[in-house]
Ligand binder design. Structure first.
Ligand code: MG
Length: 371
């Protein structure tokens, strides 16, 4: 195909309740939504960068500029373009994996819609439904946390992830384990809030039989994670540290993790995410699909990714009503503790254009040189 135009939109989605992590509190999701127009039809993508460089160096303003100045011009008008060409064509531009992933996603969506193939079928998915987990932010009290866990279990979620940070770790974990019992699938995510000096403290989580501890130390501290993994019995999972199949291979060979959280945006796209899945699976390392407060577009793609056979742990792909008052696609619903993997062509979801237009706060159309 040949891309004729790439549209960028900022979309403002208020959250039902503020989400607090060790990085800060979000009360709305500002999403960067892409639409590509090709001679084969349209495709949609989403850049999962945050409003500020808190999760990783990328952030939305910068992603917009990078897409406009460097990435979009490298693809617009390129003849015979397919999704597998996107990363090689953008390779000379360092980093900016989330912006690149958004473009690849939109090109892949256009390609698959035209071919009548779903994301899941293209990626090699095998599951019809995905069992999602829920991620609960840092709360103001243990009572509030227990109420939220209770609501989540009543809603049908089978795995609970607690965000932790120094000062909010052993007590809330102990309280949840105590109240909800040893059968609750429970895990924690520190978003790199701890240091190597905290390793003995983190070992105090072991008695709570967690599924895993996610990204306790700094992104680039693979040796520290390996030291931690040797010291504790709780499996160590990496999120922010894994930015490609190469970094996954390095982390695994160092013994820095035994589980990997895969986020397509963080590794530069769904094709690299599949490669990370394939590598981890070949090494006997479990994977699960992380979430970045995606709109229904990213959620659809994540469901497709999570349908691959190596995704044996519940992912952070909650139902739409967990986060947003209103989404830009029809909502994803939890049914008997599962969410269906879309089967339609491409992402398998349609954008609700009036809603998208109403929530759009910024728009820019980039066209090829011949326009
Ligand atoms: Mg995480």
């Amino acid at each position: 195909m040949k891309l004729r135009a790439i549209e960028l939109r900022s979309v403002h989605l208020p959250l039902l309740s503020p989400f607090r992590t060790s990085h800060g509190t979000e009360s709305a999701r500002e999403a960067l939504v892409l639409r590509v127009e090709s001679d084969d039809g349209e495709g949609w993508g989403e850049c999962v960068a945050g409003s500020d460089p808190l999760y990783c160096p990328e952030y939305l303003e910068e992603a917009w500029l990078t897409l406009k100045r460097y990435l979009a011009p490298a693809l617009l008008g390129a003849p015979g373009l397919t999704a597998t060409d996107v990363q090689p064509l953008l390779h000379e531009f360092k980093g900016h994996r989330m912006a690149k992933a958004a473009l690849e996603m939109a090109v892949l969506d256009a390609e698959l819609r035209a071919a009548g193939v779903s994301f899941a079928a293209y990626l090699g998915g095998v599951a019809d439904v995905v069992t999602p987990g829920i991620a609960l932010g840092i709360m103001s009290s243990v009572d509030e946390l227990q109420d939220r866990v209770s609501e989540s279990l009543e809603a049908g979620y089978r795995r609970v992830k607690l965000k932790i940070c120094p000062g909010w770790d052993l007590v809330p974990v102990a309280a949840v384990r105590d109240r909800f019992g040893e059968n609750l699938m429970l895990q924690v995510d520190a978003n790199s809030a701890y240091q190597r000096a905290d390793i003995d403290h983190l070992a105090c989580l072991d008695p709570f039989c967690l599924l895993l501890i996610e990204q306790p130390l700094e992104d680039d501290d693979l040796i520290g994670h390996a030291q931690l993994a040797r010291r504790i019995t709780t499996p160590v999972c990496l999120d922010e540290s894994i930015v490609s199949v190469h970094s996954a291979a390095t982390a695994i060979s160092l013994g820095a993790c035994s589980i990997v959280n895969i986020k397509a945006g963080r590794v530069g796209g769904y094709l690299e995410a599949r490669a990370v899945h394939d590598f981890c699976t070949s090494q006997g390392v479990g994977v699960w699909c992380g979430g970045m407060l995606e709109t229904g577009l990213g959620r659809a793609a994540n469901l497709a990714l999570a349908s691959l056979p190596g995704f044996t742990l519940p992912g952070d792909i909650s139902a739409t009503d967990r986060y947003f008052h209103e989404d830009i696609t029809p909502p994803f619903r939890l049914v008997d503790g599962t969410i269906a993997v879309p089967t339609g062509p491409g992402l398998g979801v349609e954008v609700l254009r009036p809603v998208l237009d109403a929530l759009t706060t910024r728009f820019e159309a980039l066209a090829g040189a011949e326009h």
